[in-house]
Ligand binder design. Structure first.
Ligand SMILES: Cc1ncc(COP(=O)(O)O)c(C=O)c1O
Length: 348
Protein backbone atom coordinates (compact mmCIF):
# COMPACT_ATOMS: atom_id res chain seq x y z
CA UNK A 1 0.00 0.00 0.00
CA UNK A 2 0.96 3.61 -0.48
CA UNK A 3 -0.49 6.23 1.87
CA UNK A 4 -3.75 7.53 0.40
CA UNK A 5 -2.78 11.13 1.11
CA UNK A 6 0.40 10.65 -0.89
CA UNK A 7 -1.51 9.37 -3.88
CA UNK A 8 -4.04 12.19 -3.56
CA UNK A 9 -1.22 14.72 -3.53
CA UNK A 10 0.38 13.09 -6.59
CA UNK A 11 -2.97 13.20 -8.35
CA UNK A 12 -3.48 16.87 -7.51
CA UNK A 13 -0.13 17.89 -8.96
CA UNK A 14 0.02 15.29 -11.69
CA UNK A 15 -0.76 17.58 -14.63
CA UNK A 16 0.84 20.73 -13.30
CA UNK A 17 3.66 20.41 -10.82
CA UNK A 18 3.89 23.59 -8.70
CA UNK A 19 2.68 25.90 -11.47
CA UNK A 20 5.27 24.78 -14.03
CA UNK A 21 2.56 23.65 -16.44
CA UNK A 22 4.39 20.33 -16.57
CA UNK A 23 3.85 16.97 -14.97
CA UNK A 24 6.68 15.65 -12.83
CA UNK A 25 6.86 12.92 -15.45
CA UNK A 26 7.71 15.56 -18.02
CA UNK A 27 10.42 17.36 -16.05
CA UNK A 28 13.95 16.77 -17.24
CA UNK A 29 16.06 15.15 -14.56
CA UNK A 30 18.67 17.90 -14.72
CA UNK A 31 16.19 20.76 -14.38
CA UNK A 32 16.41 22.81 -11.19
CA UNK A 33 12.86 21.70 -10.42
CA UNK A 34 13.68 18.00 -10.46
CA UNK A 35 17.03 18.47 -8.76
CA UNK A 36 15.08 20.21 -5.97
CA UNK A 37 12.70 17.25 -5.66
CA UNK A 38 15.62 14.80 -5.62
CA UNK A 39 17.64 16.70 -3.04
CA UNK A 40 14.66 17.20 -0.76
CA UNK A 41 13.91 13.47 -0.84
CA UNK A 42 17.48 12.65 0.13
CA UNK A 43 17.53 15.30 2.87
CA UNK A 44 14.31 13.94 4.34
CA UNK A 45 15.61 10.38 4.20
CA UNK A 46 18.83 11.40 5.94
CA UNK A 47 16.87 13.22 8.62
CA UNK A 48 14.30 10.49 9.21
CA UNK A 49 16.88 7.73 9.55
CA UNK A 50 19.69 9.87 11.03
CA UNK A 51 22.05 8.71 8.29
CA UNK A 52 25.60 9.72 9.20
CA UNK A 53 27.49 12.02 6.81
CA UNK A 54 30.01 9.33 5.93
CA UNK A 55 27.31 7.33 4.14
CA UNK A 56 26.36 7.95 0.51
CA UNK A 57 22.73 7.58 -0.51
CA UNK A 58 22.16 6.26 -4.02
CA UNK A 59 18.88 6.25 -5.91
CA UNK A 60 19.33 3.43 -8.43
CA UNK A 61 17.33 1.10 -10.66
CA UNK A 62 17.40 -2.64 -11.21
CA UNK A 63 15.41 -3.66 -8.13
CA UNK A 64 16.76 -5.20 -4.96
CA UNK A 65 17.82 -8.17 -7.08
CA UNK A 66 20.42 -6.03 -8.87
CA UNK A 67 22.11 -5.58 -5.50
CA UNK A 68 22.61 -9.33 -5.14
CA UNK A 69 25.33 -8.85 -7.80
CA UNK A 70 26.33 -5.23 -7.29
CA UNK A 71 27.26 -5.77 -3.64
CA UNK A 72 29.86 -8.51 -4.25
CA UNK A 73 31.09 -6.85 -7.45
CA UNK A 74 31.80 -3.65 -5.53
CA UNK A 75 32.92 -4.95 -2.17
CA UNK A 76 34.96 -8.05 -2.99
CA UNK A 77 37.79 -9.22 -5.21
CA UNK A 78 37.66 -12.73 -6.72
CA UNK A 79 38.47 -15.27 -4.03
CA UNK A 80 37.49 -12.96 -1.16
CA UNK A 81 35.34 -14.46 1.49
CA UNK A 82 31.97 -13.20 2.74
CA UNK A 83 29.78 -14.65 5.48
CA UNK A 84 26.05 -15.00 4.95
CA UNK A 85 23.06 -15.79 7.13
CA UNK A 86 20.68 -18.05 5.24
CA UNK A 87 17.22 -17.42 6.66
CA UNK A 88 14.80 -17.72 3.76
CA UNK A 89 14.06 -17.29 0.09
CA UNK A 90 15.59 -13.86 -0.36
CA UNK A 91 18.85 -14.47 1.44
CA UNK A 92 19.04 -17.77 -0.47
CA UNK A 93 18.82 -15.98 -3.80
CA UNK A 94 21.33 -13.35 -2.73
CA UNK A 95 23.96 -15.77 -1.51
CA UNK A 96 23.62 -17.94 -4.61
CA UNK A 97 24.25 -14.90 -6.79
CA UNK A 98 27.14 -13.67 -4.64
CA UNK A 99 28.67 -17.14 -4.95
CA UNK A 100 29.27 -16.42 -8.64
CA UNK A 101 31.75 -13.70 -7.71
CA UNK A 102 33.32 -14.57 -4.38
CA UNK A 103 33.52 -17.29 -1.78
CA UNK A 104 30.33 -17.33 0.30
CA UNK A 105 30.36 -19.09 3.62
CA UNK A 106 26.99 -19.80 5.23
CA UNK A 107 27.67 -18.76 8.81
CA UNK A 108 24.22 -19.87 9.98
CA UNK A 109 21.16 -21.31 8.34
CA UNK A 110 17.48 -21.78 9.11
CA UNK A 111 17.06 -24.42 6.44
CA UNK A 112 16.90 -27.27 8.96
CA UNK A 113 13.91 -25.70 10.70
CA UNK A 114 12.23 -24.86 7.37
CA UNK A 115 12.86 -21.16 7.88
CA UNK A 116 10.80 -20.82 11.01
CA UNK A 117 13.50 -19.54 13.38
CA UNK A 118 16.51 -17.29 13.02
CA UNK A 119 19.57 -19.26 14.18
CA UNK A 120 20.85 -18.46 17.69
CA UNK A 121 23.75 -16.05 17.55
CA UNK A 122 25.82 -18.52 19.61
CA UNK A 123 25.67 -20.95 16.67
CA UNK A 124 26.89 -18.49 14.02
CA UNK A 125 30.25 -19.38 12.56
CA UNK A 126 31.69 -16.06 11.55
CA UNK A 127 35.13 -15.73 10.05
CA UNK A 128 37.45 -12.88 10.97
CA UNK A 129 38.58 -12.39 7.36
CA UNK A 130 35.12 -11.99 5.81
CA UNK A 131 34.69 -8.80 3.78
CA UNK A 132 31.20 -8.42 5.17
CA UNK A 133 28.39 -10.37 6.76
CA UNK A 134 25.30 -10.50 4.60
CA UNK A 135 21.77 -10.92 5.90
CA UNK A 136 18.16 -10.20 4.97
CA UNK A 137 16.68 -8.13 7.76
CA UNK A 138 13.15 -9.22 6.95
CA UNK A 139 12.42 -12.37 4.98
CA UNK A 140 9.31 -11.31 3.11
CA UNK A 141 8.19 -14.80 2.08
CA UNK A 142 8.87 -16.74 5.26
CA UNK A 143 7.78 -13.95 7.60
CA UNK A 144 10.96 -13.82 9.69
CA UNK A 145 12.65 -10.66 10.89
CA UNK A 146 15.82 -10.05 12.87
CA UNK A 147 14.87 -8.57 16.23
CA UNK A 148 18.33 -7.13 16.86
CA UNK A 149 21.18 -5.85 14.77
CA UNK A 150 23.58 -8.78 14.35
CA UNK A 151 26.89 -8.32 16.16
CA UNK A 152 29.86 -9.01 13.92
CA UNK A 153 32.65 -7.02 15.53
CA UNK A 154 34.85 -5.25 13.01
CA UNK A 155 33.29 -6.93 10.00
CA UNK A 156 30.65 -4.65 8.48
CA UNK A 157 27.09 -5.79 7.94
CA UNK A 158 25.43 -5.69 4.55
CA UNK A 159 21.68 -5.97 4.70
CA UNK A 160 18.75 -6.35 2.35
CA UNK A 161 16.07 -4.25 4.03
CA UNK A 162 13.65 -4.27 1.11
CA UNK A 163 10.64 -5.24 3.16
CA UNK A 164 11.24 -3.51 6.50
CA UNK A 165 13.05 -0.35 5.46
CA UNK A 166 11.72 2.75 7.25
CA UNK A 167 9.93 0.74 9.92
CA UNK A 168 12.47 1.03 12.76
CA UNK A 169 15.71 2.86 13.51
CA UNK A 170 18.97 1.62 11.98
CA UNK A 171 22.23 1.55 13.93
CA UNK A 172 24.51 2.66 11.10
CA UNK A 173 27.64 2.07 13.13
CA UNK A 174 27.26 -1.67 12.45
CA UNK A 175 26.66 -1.39 8.73
CA UNK A 176 28.75 -1.08 5.60
CA UNK A 177 25.80 -1.09 3.25
CA UNK A 178 22.04 -1.29 3.27
CA UNK A 179 19.82 -1.64 0.26
CA UNK A 180 16.09 -1.73 -0.36
CA UNK A 181 13.81 -2.01 -3.33
CA UNK A 182 11.35 0.85 -2.93
CA UNK A 183 8.16 -1.07 -3.55
CA UNK A 184 7.20 -2.02 0.01
CA UNK A 185 7.58 1.01 2.27
CA UNK A 186 9.14 3.74 0.16
CA UNK A 187 7.23 4.17 -3.07
CA UNK A 188 6.36 2.53 -6.37
CA UNK A 189 8.50 -0.22 -7.90
CA UNK A 190 11.37 0.98 -10.05
CA UNK A 191 13.63 2.63 -7.51
CA UNK A 192 16.36 0.90 -5.53
CA UNK A 193 17.95 2.60 -2.61
CA UNK A 194 21.52 1.96 -1.53
CA UNK A 195 23.08 3.49 1.57
CA UNK A 196 26.78 2.78 1.64
CA UNK A 197 29.69 3.79 3.85
CA UNK A 198 31.96 6.01 1.81
CA UNK A 199 35.21 4.28 2.72
CA UNK A 200 33.89 1.15 1.02
CA UNK A 201 33.51 2.98 -2.30
CA UNK A 202 36.14 2.79 -5.02
CA UNK A 203 36.87 -0.95 -4.78
CA UNK A 204 34.63 -2.11 -7.62
CA UNK A 205 36.02 -4.63 -10.04
CA UNK A 206 37.47 -3.07 -13.13
CA UNK A 207 35.58 -5.13 -15.69
CA UNK A 208 32.03 -4.42 -14.51
CA UNK A 209 29.69 -1.98 -16.28
CA UNK A 210 30.28 1.50 -14.96
CA UNK A 211 26.62 1.78 -14.06
CA UNK A 212 27.22 -1.05 -11.59
CA UNK A 213 29.95 0.87 -9.79
CA UNK A 214 28.74 2.54 -6.57
CA UNK A 215 31.56 5.08 -6.61
CA UNK A 216 30.60 6.19 -10.11
CA UNK A 217 26.94 6.54 -9.09
CA UNK A 218 27.91 8.45 -5.96
CA UNK A 219 30.09 10.83 -7.96
CA UNK A 220 27.28 11.37 -10.47
CA UNK A 221 24.78 11.85 -7.62
CA UNK A 222 22.66 8.98 -8.96
CA UNK A 223 22.25 10.80 -12.27
CA UNK A 224 24.82 9.05 -14.43
CA UNK A 225 21.87 8.40 -16.70
CA UNK A 226 18.18 9.24 -16.47
CA UNK A 227 16.99 8.13 -13.04
CA UNK A 228 13.44 6.86 -12.38
CA UNK A 229 12.19 10.40 -11.83
CA UNK A 230 8.57 9.65 -11.05
CA UNK A 231 9.48 6.97 -8.50
CA UNK A 232 12.02 9.29 -6.90
CA UNK A 233 9.36 12.01 -6.63
CA UNK A 234 6.85 9.55 -5.14
CA UNK A 235 9.44 8.34 -2.65
CA UNK A 236 9.95 11.99 -1.71
CA UNK A 237 6.23 12.35 -0.98
CA UNK A 238 6.24 9.17 1.12
CA UNK A 239 9.22 10.43 3.11
CA UNK A 240 7.44 13.72 3.73
CA UNK A 241 4.44 11.76 4.93
CA UNK A 242 6.56 9.68 7.32
CA UNK A 243 8.06 12.87 8.71
CA UNK A 244 4.66 14.48 9.21
CA UNK A 245 3.29 11.36 10.88
CA UNK A 246 6.04 11.52 13.50
CA UNK A 247 8.95 9.73 11.84
CA UNK A 248 10.42 6.30 12.41
CA UNK A 249 9.33 5.96 16.08
CA UNK A 250 5.70 6.24 14.99
CA UNK A 251 6.19 3.82 12.07
CA UNK A 252 7.80 1.34 14.45
CA UNK A 253 5.09 1.67 17.07
CA UNK A 254 2.36 1.17 14.45
CA UNK A 255 4.14 -1.84 12.98
CA UNK A 256 4.28 -3.46 16.40
CA UNK A 257 0.62 -2.67 17.12
CA UNK A 258 -0.61 -4.00 13.77
CA UNK A 259 1.39 -7.21 13.80
CA UNK A 260 0.76 -7.99 17.50
CA UNK A 261 -2.97 -7.81 16.90
CA UNK A 262 -2.80 -10.38 14.12
CA UNK A 263 -0.38 -12.71 15.90
CA UNK A 264 -2.62 -12.65 18.98
CA UNK A 265 -5.61 -13.68 16.91
CA UNK A 266 -3.66 -16.45 15.16
CA UNK A 267 -2.14 -17.78 18.37
CA UNK A 268 -5.52 -17.87 20.11
CA UNK A 269 -7.10 -19.71 17.22
CA UNK A 270 -7.35 -23.47 16.64
CA UNK A 271 -7.97 -22.86 12.98
CA UNK A 272 -5.18 -20.52 11.89
CA UNK A 273 -1.51 -21.04 12.59
CA UNK A 274 1.78 -19.23 12.03
CA UNK A 275 4.84 -21.48 11.87
CA UNK A 276 7.47 -18.91 12.91
CA UNK A 277 8.86 -18.97 16.47
CA UNK A 278 7.96 -15.97 18.61
CA UNK A 279 11.42 -14.44 18.69
CA UNK A 280 11.82 -14.46 14.90
CA UNK A 281 8.45 -13.18 13.76
CA UNK A 282 8.15 -10.40 11.23
CA UNK A 283 6.19 -7.24 11.93
CA UNK A 284 5.72 -6.78 8.19
CA UNK A 285 4.76 -10.10 6.65
CA UNK A 286 2.63 -12.58 8.55
CA UNK A 287 2.25 -15.96 6.88
CA UNK A 288 -0.54 -18.15 8.18
CA UNK A 289 -2.08 -21.49 7.37
CA UNK A 290 -5.66 -22.66 7.57
CA UNK A 291 -6.12 -25.94 9.44
CA UNK A 292 -8.08 -27.23 6.46
CA UNK A 293 -6.14 -26.23 3.37
CA UNK A 294 -9.01 -27.18 1.08
CA UNK A 295 -10.65 -23.97 2.32
CA UNK A 296 -7.84 -21.75 0.99
CA UNK A 297 -9.68 -20.67 -2.15
CA UNK A 298 -12.91 -20.04 -0.24
CA UNK A 299 -10.96 -17.92 2.24
CA UNK A 300 -9.37 -15.83 -0.51
CA UNK A 301 -12.64 -15.43 -2.39
CA UNK A 302 -14.61 -14.35 0.65
CA UNK A 303 -11.77 -12.07 1.79
CA UNK A 304 -11.85 -10.32 -1.57
CA UNK A 305 -15.56 -9.68 -1.23
CA UNK A 306 -14.71 -7.85 2.04
CA UNK A 307 -12.13 -5.72 0.21
CA UNK A 308 -9.23 -7.78 1.60
CA UNK A 309 -6.83 -8.55 -1.23
CA UNK A 310 -3.27 -9.81 -1.81
CA UNK A 311 -3.58 -12.42 0.94
CA UNK A 312 -2.30 -15.46 -0.93
CA UNK A 313 1.06 -16.71 0.34
CA UNK A 314 4.10 -16.62 -1.94
CA UNK A 315 3.91 -19.33 -4.59
CA UNK A 316 6.90 -21.12 -3.08
CA UNK A 317 5.27 -21.66 0.33
CA UNK A 318 1.49 -21.50 -0.25
CA UNK A 319 -0.96 -20.70 2.53
CA UNK A 320 -1.75 -17.07 3.30
CA UNK A 321 0.30 -14.00 4.01
CA UNK A 322 -0.79 -10.64 5.36
CA UNK A 323 1.66 -7.89 4.48
CA UNK A 324 1.39 -4.96 6.85
CA UNK A 325 3.59 -2.21 5.47
CA UNK A 326 3.78 1.35 6.78
CA UNK A 327 0.78 2.63 4.85
CA UNK A 328 -1.56 -0.05 6.19
CA UNK A 329 -3.96 1.61 8.63
CA UNK A 330 -4.83 -0.20 11.83
CA UNK A 331 -8.40 -0.33 10.53
CA UNK A 332 -7.11 -2.60 7.77
CA UNK A 333 -5.83 -5.07 10.35
CA UNK A 334 -9.07 -4.82 12.33
CA UNK A 335 -11.01 -5.61 9.19
CA UNK A 336 -8.82 -8.64 8.44
CA UNK A 337 -8.97 -9.84 12.06
CA UNK A 338 -12.76 -9.48 12.10
CA UNK A 339 -13.05 -11.42 8.87
CA UNK A 340 -10.74 -14.19 10.08
CA UNK A 341 -12.60 -14.60 13.36
CA UNK A 342 -15.88 -14.81 11.50
CA UNK A 343 -14.44 -17.28 8.98
CA UNK A 344 -13.26 -19.51 11.81
CA UNK A 345 -16.70 -19.37 13.43
CA UNK A 346 -18.35 -20.47 10.21
CA UNK A 347 -15.85 -23.06 8.99
CA UNK A 348 -13.79 -24.01 12.02
C1 LIG B 1 13.60 -9.00 1.00
C2 LIG B 1 13.52 -8.89 -0.49
N1 LIG B 1 14.65 -8.83 -1.21
C3 LIG B 1 14.64 -8.72 -2.54
C4 LIG B 1 13.47 -8.65 -3.24
C5 LIG B 1 13.51 -8.52 -4.74
O1 LIG B 1 13.17 -7.24 -5.09
P1 LIG B 1 13.11 -6.76 -6.60
O2 LIG B 1 11.89 -7.38 -7.19
O3 LIG B 1 13.04 -5.27 -6.47
O4 LIG B 1 14.35 -7.19 -7.29
C6 LIG B 1 12.25 -8.70 -2.55
C7 LIG B 1 10.97 -8.62 -3.26
O5 LIG B 1 9.91 -8.76 -2.74
C8 LIG B 1 12.28 -8.82 -1.14
O6 LIG B 1 11.15 -8.87 -0.43
Amino acid sequence: MLPTVVMQRAREEFLDWHGTGLSVMELGHRTPEFIGIAEQAEANLREILSIPDNFAVLFLQGGATSQFSMVPLNLTAPGDRVDALYTGLWSGKALKEAGRYCSVSVAASSEHNHFTAIPNTSDWQLSANARYVYFTDNETVHGMEFQQTPKTGEVPLVSDMTSNFLTRPIDFSAYGLIFAGAQKNLGPAGLTLVIVREDLLGNARQDIPRLYDYAFNAKERSMANTPPTFCWYMAGLVLQWIKQEGGIPVMEQRAIARSSKLYQLIDASEFFSNPVTTGSRSRMNIPFLLRDESLNNTFLKEAKSHGLVALAGHRSVGGMRASLYNAMPEAGVDCLAGFMADFERRYG
